[in-house]
Write a protein that binds this ligand. Structure first.
Ligand SMILES: C[S@@+](CC[C@H](N)C(=O)[O-])C[C@H]1O[C@@H](n2cnc3c(N)ncnc32)[C@H](O)[C@@H]1O
Length: 242
């Protein structure tokens, strides 16, 4: 795995994007930047394996390097489930293809699609949509229309997994959680300068909602059962069932 030193060497600030240099270090970056990333992924996979509507397919929206789809493929390789990863970053999908070749038990069941989520609207027999750390990168005005489209495409008992960075209702808690979060990044060997450079680049790009705002949006588009299955500091996973 390539080590993320992007912000150690970076001189000029620009808006964060999922470009080639990010794709090359993404797996290290996400593991060192999201507390309990592996544990949350494990729980998400466990939930999907147990509750996926029989004979339906899984869509990972903003699939990046394909981590979640590979974990799922390796557990559901004896079923008819097909696995689709959608992302608008070509370099992420190249990395994902390479990982699938190395790590997936049933690679022929995985397909990646280069597409923007704001326009993606054709899904083949979906039973579950995964949005892991992705909706937060979509402009807030676009989120309702995307979620409504997912809701309309799902069968009864189909569901969405929404894993997001979250704001707290109380701004003091938000500040404290972010402070603890930066301690986590320091423990993972990011310097204060790297942390502040990345924060600046993410400012207009990653726009988190509170847990309640996310849940209200999911209910507004039609999901009847919405629950948080995991939360740690400013990260949480919500499941919304149709
Ligand atoms: C933080 S990464 C997701 C990580 C991945 N789901 C995981 O669990 O490791 C966000 C991904 O969403 C993709 N993305 C952001 N906006 C998008 C959009 N409008 N359409 C499609 N993909 C998008 C990015 O290219 C990136 O790969």
């Amino acid at each position: 795995m390539n080590i993320d030193t992007l912000y150690f060497f970076k001189k000029k600030a620009e808006d964060f994007s999922f470009n080639e240099s990010v794709s090359l270090v993404f797996d290290d970056m996400v593991n060192r930047s999201v507390p309990l990333y592996e544990e949350f992924q494990k729980l998400i996979v466990q939930y999907i394996v147990k509750y996926l509507v029989k004979d339906t397919n899984i869509y990972d929206l903003g699939c990046a390097t394909g981590t979640t789809l590979i974990l799922l493929n390796n557990q559901l390789n004896k079923t008819n489930t097909e696995f689709y990863g959608i992302d608008n970053s070509e370099s992420m999908l190249n990395k994902a293809e390479e990982k699938v070749g190395r790590l997936a038990k049933k690679p022929e069941a995985i397909q990646f699609i280069l597409e923007d989520l704001t326009t993606a609207n054709t899904f083949l027999n979906p039973g579950c949509f995964i949005l892991n750390l992705t909706l937060q990168f979509i402009r807030p005005v676009e989120r309702e229309h995307i979620l409504r489209n997912l809701y309309n495409s799902l069968p009864h008992n189909g569901f969405v997994v929404l894993y997001e960075k979250l704001l707290e209702e109380d701004s003091e808690f938000t500040r404290n959680f972010i402070d603890l979060y930066y301690d986590y990044k320091r423990e993972k060997n990011y310097s204060d300068l790297e942390i502040s450079k990345k924060r600046e680049e993410l400012e207009n790009v990653l726009i988190p909602f509170t847990e309640t705002e996310n849940k209200n949006l999911l209910k507004k588009v039609g999901f009847s059962k919405v629950s948080t299955i995991s939360k740690y500091l400013n990260f949480g996973v919500i499941i919304a069932v149709k």
